[in-house]
Ligand binder design. Structure first.
Ligand code: COA
Length: 326
């Protein structure tokens, strides 16, 4: 039976010019390259300029994805931006982006806040709309300017995060309905609000009319991150009807190399098949997976037919996974 599946036809990314190294950070707070590298695997991260907004990074990433997909801006039927650092409280950053990209009048545009799992959530929404036949082509973005909600005096958090944006173009195509099809074979998302206090912004519009700073209980997050990332992969593989041994590449949320290592061990997937960008991106929350995808495409590592497993976890807690064949 033929089915419609979302094909990943283009990716793009944008990183701010400014690079902040661990040595730079050691001049700002009581830390060292040695501490940050051994605990997290992070060496450097990109930091947005004061006047560089989440919508600006999204725009540049989108232009690159549109070009790589060989489509026109007017082919896009839906735009969704996953972010916890929108330009404004409202309207959605996606609406500003739709205007900048001169999308067709009436093209639906929305943001989604699922923290570091935002791209997985946004992809599930877009994929479902494509499979239902409501739209043909979607622009899905993860974009963050986390530096603007980072307390640069708090060494517990300021060494971890970075800024950037990644974009993907999904387009519906008829497939055979088999696990050998190309396109998105599965998405799965989860949340557990009981973990709300482990990772959060200490302010909010309704709470105190501010954006606040990131707070985190690193040890708790670390503990829960590993089984969540494993579950995201295992459950989406099950839905897709494929095995871990079929997977050519695993693209995890890029928070911490020690977390990625542990997850790879638990999944019994070789680190050669795991995409790691946390060393030079830091944790860019919703941007981390599309950034990693786009950068790896640019390097020419991915090949047509490759099976990619993706999983993310973040504040909420939220978590989930995607399985896609190129
Ligand atoms: N530089 C130097 N020392 C630091 C430091 C820094 N940047 N940040 C914290 N420390 C100190 C702590 O104050 C603590 O000192 P103390 O023992 O005197 O109190 C010591 O280092 C050890 O801290 P600890 O919390 O035990 O370190 P850790 O091994 O758990 O590593 C994290 C901390 C944050 C790297 C780790 O918990 C982690 O990666 N957690 C997950 C974070 C994450 O991925 N979040 C996003 C998920 S989407």
């Amino acid at each position: 039976m033929t089915v419609i599946r979302s094909q990943l036809i283009g990716t793009g990314y944008k990183l701010p010019e400014k690079v902040l190294t661990n040595d730079d950070l050691s001049k700002m707070v009581d830390t060292s390259d040695e501490w940050i590298s051994t605990r997290t695997g992070i060496k450097s991260r990109h930091i947005a300029a004061q006047d560089e907004l989440t919508s600006d990074l999204s725009y540049e990433a989108s232009l690159m994805a549109i070009k790589n997909a060989k489509i026109q801006n007017q082919d896009i039927d839906f735009v969704i931006v996953a972010t916890v650092t929108p330009d404004n409280t409202f309207p959605a950053t996606a609406a500003k982006l739709a205007k900048k990209l001169e999308l067709k009048p009436g093209t639906p545009a929305m943001d989604v806040n699922a923290a570091c799992s935002g791209f997985v959530y946004a992809t599930q929404i877009a994929d479902n709309m494509i499979r239902l036949g409501e739209i043909k082509t979607a622009l899905v973005i993860g974009a963050e300017t986390l530096s603007k909600i980072t307390d640069w005096t708090d060494r517990n958090t300021c060494v971890l995060f970075g800024d950037g944006a990644g974009a993907v173009i999904l387009q519906g195509a008829e497939c055979e309905g088999k696990n050998t099809d190309t396109g998105i074979l599965a998405t799965k998302i989860y949340a557990d609000g009981n973990q709300y206090e482990h990772l959060y912004s200490d302010s909010g519009v309704s709470l105190n009319q501010k954006a606040g700073f990131i707070h985190m209980d690193g040890k708790e997050v670390f503990k829960i991150a590993i089984p969540s990332l494993v579950q995201g992969v295992e459950e989406s593989l099950k839905i897709a009807g494929v095995q871990i041994s079929d997977v050519d590449w695993y693209v995890p949320h890029q928070a911490n190399l020690r977390i990625i290592d542990s997850v790879a061990k638990k999944l019994e997937i070789d680190m050669d098949k795991v995409i790691v960008t946390v060393d030079h991106h830091g944790n860019t929350s919703a941007a981390s997976i599309p950034l990693a995808l786009a950068e790896t495409f640019e390097k020419g590592k991915f090949k047509k037919g490759d099976l990619i497993a993706i999983s993310a976890m973040g504040a909420g807690f939220t978590w989930g996974g995607i399985v896609v064949r190129l």
